[in-house]
Write a protein that binds this ligand. Structure first.
Ligand code: NAP
Length: 331
């Protein structure tokens, strides 16, 4: 068996029948896509059981920076650690990704859910995603448009029937410093450069979010729900202090962490699972948690929020079972 504890930031003791470390494209030869799943560092996944197949671990660490007109193309292997890459780029004076500092996980995993933080989404800076189709064996190039980036989603997340291994992500960055400082914690400060923004974001995240190396977790467990005007008006009448943000599609985004907290679920503990005291949106492993304890707590939170607000929360994490990726309803 191949131990998956180092490959899921929840730190759950689960295993796969086999594992293969992928360091270059040819390591992907002779893979049976029907019986394999791909993991980077497992920072956005919940593994609910031992996996009855092969886990492919992305360790492709290549990096090339190519000047292209007024900007630069950064071609980063999917196995690079996203935050290490951002640190290197910001130090080299290449700006844009600084608000995404300290997000755990790999470069290859980042486009799948279009990771976002502090008003910036990674898809905004992606020029191309290179992937190996594990069925045909072909190397594919997806333009930004073909990636179909949306709020915490992309083509790669919505087309799970197509097993794609992201080998490289190409970013377009430049030296202009055009900071996004709309969010609380950044909005009231002045910054000389992207390095200063990066330091501030790291500090903000450290204050609010548990370090997966110390307390097992997968970041935000649920997505922020996007709801229509009718429901927002009803909720606002009852909860005048409820945070509401306009969403890109003209609807309204609610803060899942706030809904969970006001449903009485901040800092609670069920078995060996709990919610983080400083950010209720993060489910944590309080030590030796079993997958079913994380699942039970998540379902309890969903029920409490639905009872309190009539809003349904959807997991942001991807969920895997004995035979591969599954939907939340199948858990
Ligand atoms: P926060 O400041 O407590 O805000 C709660 C939520 O309100 C956030 O999720 C954010 O939505 C939304 N929000 C706040 N200010 C906003 C604004 N000016 N415009 C639009 N939406 C706004 O959030 P936090 O927990 O400290 O997190 C800070 C940032 O890090 C957020 O962007 C959050 O998404 C990101 N983060 C992501 C993960 C992950 O696993 N994906 C984990 C932790 C934090 P958005 O989520 O849409 O930004």
């Amino acid at each position: 068996m191949f131990d998956l504890s180092p490959y899921n930031t929840f730190g759950l003791k689960v295993a796969a029948k086999e594992g293969r470390i992928i360091r270059k494209g040819s390591d992907l030869n002779n893979i049976d896509p029907a019986h394999s799943i791909i993991l980077g560092r497992g920072s956005d996944v919940l593994l609910t059981a031992d996996y009855d197949g092969m886990v492919l671990v992305n360790e492709i660490k290549s990096l090339r920076i190519i000047p292209d007109g007024d900007s630069f193309l950064v071609c980063a292997g999917g196995g690079n650690i996203l935050d290490e890459l951002i640190g290197r780029l910001v130090n080299a004076g290449l700006n844009g990704l600084e608000n995404l500092s300290a997000i755990p996980g790999t470069v290859g995993a980042a486009p799948i859910q279009n990771v976002g933080a502090y008003g910036v989404e990674i898809g905004d800076f992606i020029e191309e995603v290179h992937a190996r189709d594990l069925i045909s064996g072909k190397e594919l190039v997806f333009t930004r448009e073909q990636c179909e980036f949306g709020y915490r989603t992309s083509y790669f997340k919505t087309h799970k029937e197509r097993p794609l291994f992201i080998t490289e992500v190409v970013f377009r960055l430049d030296r202009d410093f055009a900071p996004h400082l709309e969010y609380k914690g950044l909005a009231d400060k002045e910054f000389q450069d992207a390095l200063a923004v990066r330091s501030c974001v790291i500090e903000l995240r450290r204050g609010k979010l548990p370090d997966p190396a110390v307390v097992g977790n997968a970041g935000s467990f649920f997505k922020n729900p996007v709801v229509d005007e009718k429901l927002v008006n009803l909720l606002r009448a009852e909860h005048p202090n409820m945070p509401v943000f306009t969403s890109d599609d003209g609807r309204y985004k609610l803060a899942a962490g706030w809904l969970i907290e006001k449903s009485g679920c901040r800092g609670i503990t069920h078995g060996n699972a709990g919610t983080w005291e400083h950010q209720a949106l993060v489910i944590v492993n309080r030590g030796h948690a079993k997958p079913h304890e994380i699942v039970a707590l998540a379902k309890y939170i969903q029920a409490e929020v639905a009872n309190t607000f009539g809003v349904s929360l959807e997991p942001e994490v991807r969920v895997f079972g004995r035979r591969g990726e599954i939907t939340w309803d199948q858990v």
